[in-house]
Write a protein that binds this ligand. Structure first.
Ligand code: HEC
Length: 380
């Protein structure tokens, strides 16, 4: 069998070299560096899948821990810089990080889920529903007048409200909801995957494009691991089964599709006359002048930084139902002062209001790119 031949070729030529897994030290149910968890045999779903892949390739595995708070930015300094060889669980979508990251075949589907009492259905009409701040479920409930939302900062908080009887359902990140329900709440609730735009993605194993050979080796062993992976999905209580299609999801789809249209086809050269005007009306003396005419590549990089770091709070591609933090309204709100307010807010933050300070995290160049991206998606 072809798979066997490949397997033995791999194991003899690379037996000594450890396969280095890129993993987040604090991201249960996916990964944790906690020695207690390792001892208990629960180092996380992605760590165990990584180990299964390494075993199948006949190589030892080494885990390279790196906090993935900055998402793609983190992968750039780990996976793409050759610090580690593979990252389990990346969204296998083409625009994730462009051609620099290549993917294995999909290993599982992950997404948002609905946690409800065991005897309750999944119809949310007339219900109180906990949703994560700046998430697709929040956008969904915002369009439904019959639902009373309770906004939470993370899935655990949503599950706590549900357990305390303060809401009727929690519509939050599925793997976290499943894990909390199982590990903390003794499976008190039913956790059902939800379907809809931006609600789910196929997770795969990601590699640097320089490492396509390893990708091909992993693809060759993955079919043999599917039963093992399915068992691990159950072990970590990731919600499974056919996702529920939420009623009137199509309304949201059209709203999101419309809002995203400008981002898909950035027009960096649009309205060039507005840029010089910013500099002359600029009230913040220390703010550098707005970058002249960004290129399409700069806009794309800005979008990537934005979606990797800012989207947690401001929404993917800045699609955000909460007006206060909707960055598509910057021009509406500030007109010619838009650049000055942007620059001051990102470099100094508004710590008392929940906007972090990014002055020590990003360079002026990064800020120009983020601004270039935001400029292309301002509401008309
Ligand atoms: C942890 C959540 C969080 C993250 C991450 C975050 N922001 Fe914010 N941001 C906020 C909040 C909350 C406000 C609103 C503060 C207020 O009410 O004045 C805000 C306000 C802003 C504003 C001013 C909006 C206005 O209309 O006045 C800008 C510009 C902005 N953020 C840009 C960014 C950029 C760029 C990033 C990524 C580098 C980012 N933010 C990341 C939470 C966040």
């Amino acid at each position: 069998m072809a798979g066997t031949a490949l397997f033995s070729a791999v194991s003899t030529s690379q037996a000594a070299a450890p396969l280095r897994l890129c993993a987040d030290p604090a991201n249960l149910p996916f990964s944790t560096s906690s020695p207690a968890a390792a001892k208990a045999g629960t180092p996380g779903l992605y760590v165990e899948i990584g180990q299964a892949v390494a075993d199948a390739l006949g190589r030892p595995m080494e885990t390279i821990w790196s906090l993935s708070y900055f998402g793609k930015r983190n992968l750039r300094t780990t996976l793409l810089a050759g610090q580690c060889d593979f990252a389990v669980g990346l969204p296998a979508v083409e625009d994730f990080m462009g051609p620099r990251v290549v993917f294995s075949r999909p290993i599982m589907s992950v997404g948002y889920a609905l946690a409800v009492p065991k005897d309750a259905g999944t119809n949310l009409n007339g219900k109180r529903v906990a949703v994560q701040f700046a998430s697709p479920p929040q956008s969904f409930v915002a369009t439904r007048e019959t639902i009373t939302p309770a906004t939470v900062m993370d899935p655990d908080a949503g599950m706590r409200l549900l357990a305390d009887g303060k809401v009727d359902a929690a519509f939050v990140w599925g793997p976290s909801a499943g894990y909390v329900n199982h590990a903390v709440l003794h499976d008190a609730f039913r956790v059902v995957p939800a379907d809809g735009p931006q609600m789910r993605y196929e997770a795969a194993i990601g590699f640097s494009r320089k490492n396509k050979e390893l990708r091909d080796q992993v693809n060759a062993v993955l079919p043999g691991l599917s039963a093992k992976i399915a068992a691990l999905v159950v072990k970590y209580a990731v919600p499974e089964g056919p996702p529920v299609k939420l009623a009137a999801m199509d309304t949201v789809q059209s709203v999101i599709a419309e809002a995203q249209a400008p981002a898909e086809t950035p027009k960096p050269e649009a309205k060039p006359a507005e840029q010089p005007a910013v500099a002359s009306v600029n009230p913040t003396a220390e703010a550098p002048k707005a970058a002249p005419k960004p290129s399409a590549a700069e806009v794309a990089e800005g979008r990537e930084i934005f979606n990797g770091t800012c989207a947690h709070c401001h929404g993917p591609d800045a699609v955000q139902s909460e007006r206060r933090i909707n960055l598509r309204l910057l021009r509406h709100r500030y007109g010619d002062d838009m650049y000055a307010v942007f620059h001051k807010t990102v470099t100094k933050g508004r710590p008392s209001k929940g906007m972090p300070t990014w002055g020590n995290v990003f360079t002026e160049d990064d800020f120009s790119k983020i601004y270039a991206f935001l400029s292309t998606i301002q509401a008309p």
